[in-house]
Design a protein around this ligand. Structure first.
Ligand code: NAD
Ligand code: AKB
Length: 320
């Protein structure tokens, strides 16, 4: 029985991706791996500690568990990466490289690796940013994502590796906290609103960024991976979009349910990062090639976020 490995399984995306993969393929077929333990063990047969930079351990894991498909989510995100540039570069690039090399050597069936809207920079058109445009990122994270996209395309062209990728926007979720990104405010704001405390935002009120609710992102990921190879025309990474919001927009959406919610603004270095990213994304290629359609807008997401988070408290350890 061929199996699916998710590396970075304890993270914001991994937590929910594993859950969905396990529903679709069965819990015996999913292997989770992470450097760090998850908050709660997912209901799958195998969960292992792994450093994605340890190629030998990764190769052994692939053999031992008959892995044919790998989702490599291990990374250092934008805000944290600015503080530890060399380490971030090593993890983001080294991890991808190990996975691509194993895919080539062992002729694995399929690889998923996520890119980000961080591949775009100040010189990129900010409205409806096209699939192919100027990509001059100014962050360590963005540079690593852009280089990663080029490597994915290279391994596909040169070695026939079936690697697929999405440029995720900022992802908003309630099952696991985000891990050090610039868009993390859009998760924390919901926790604070439910604590009935004012939220101090590290971005300006009108800094508008592309965002997506996690159930849409997970569905997109699995749909991309299930699409027939001939439909996948972009082998660097697909633009993907749902909606765009500023902190003021998020607060307004929350106030429809919690009218007394207060937000204040104390922009820090993350505002500079966000200022270089697009306001909105043109994802027509994904819609054309593999029939991508988002479900949630900001208000339908807010409704679910507030309902699901009711009764929980914010844990700010993981965010920047
Ligand atoms: P996260 O920080 O929540 O999770 C990353 C996981 O990788 C963590 O559990 C961490 O312990 C693990 N990890 C770090 N170094 C490792 C190593 N050396 N070996 C094994 N595991 C290691 O991140 P996330 O939000 O789940 O993001 C997953 C991927 O999606 C990343 O590549 C990220 O760049 C990308 N992405 C995320 C977002 C978002 O908004 N969450 C947006 C765009 C792209
Ligand atoms: C981050 O803010 O670093 C991530 C991303 C958009 O890649 N959420």
């Amino acid at each position: 029985m061929s199996r699916i490995l998710v590396i970075g399984a304890a993270g914001q995306i991994g937590t929910e991706l594993i859950e969905q993969l396990s529903i679709q393929y069965g819990k015996d077929r999913i292997v989770g791996a992470d450097l760090n333990p998850p908050d709660a063990l997912p209901d799958i047969r195998d969960y292992v500690k792994l450093d994605v930079l340890d190629k030998e351990a990764l190769a052994q894991l692939v053999d031992q568990h008959e892995i044919k498909i790998i989702y490599n989510l291990a990374a250092v995100l934008s805000a944290t990466a600015e503080r530890i540039p060399e380490k971030a570069w090593n993890i983001n690039m080294g991890g991808l490289f190990n996975v691509l090399e194993l895919a080539r050597e062992k002729e694995l069936e399929r690889i998923f690796w996520p890119s980000s809207i961080a591949v775009f920079g100040n010189s990129t058109p900010k409205a409806d940013t096209p699939q192919q445009t100027i990509t001059e990122p100014s962050t360590v994270y963005g540079i690593s994502k852009l280089a990663g996209e080029r490597w994915c395309e290279y391994y596909h062209e040169k070695y026939g590796v079936d690697v697929r990728s999405i440029r995720y926007p900022g992802l908003i979720s309630y099952k696991a906290l985000p891990g050090g990104g610039t868009t993390d405010y859009a998760v924390e704001i919901y926790y604070k609103a439910l604590e009935e405390k004012p939220f101090q935002c590290f971005l300006n009120p009108d800094t508008r960024l592309p965002m997506m609710f996690m159930p849409d992102a997970v569905r997109a990921t699995i749909e991309l991976m299930q699409a027939p190879p001939e439909n996948i025309k972009v082998r660097s990474s697909y633009n993907l979009a749902a909606f765009s919001i500023s902190p003021a927009d998020a607060a307004e959406s929350i106030r429809k349910h919690l009218p007394d919610f207060e937000i204040t603004y104390e922009p820090d270095y993350r505002e500079q990062i966000a200022g270089t990213w697009p306001h909105s994304i043109d994802d027509s290629k994904a819609r054309e090639d593999w029939n991508w359609q988002h479900e949630y807008d900001v208000d339908s997401m807010t409704e679910v976020m507030l309902r699901e988070l009711s009764g929980t408290r914010v844990n700010s350890n993981q965010s920047d």
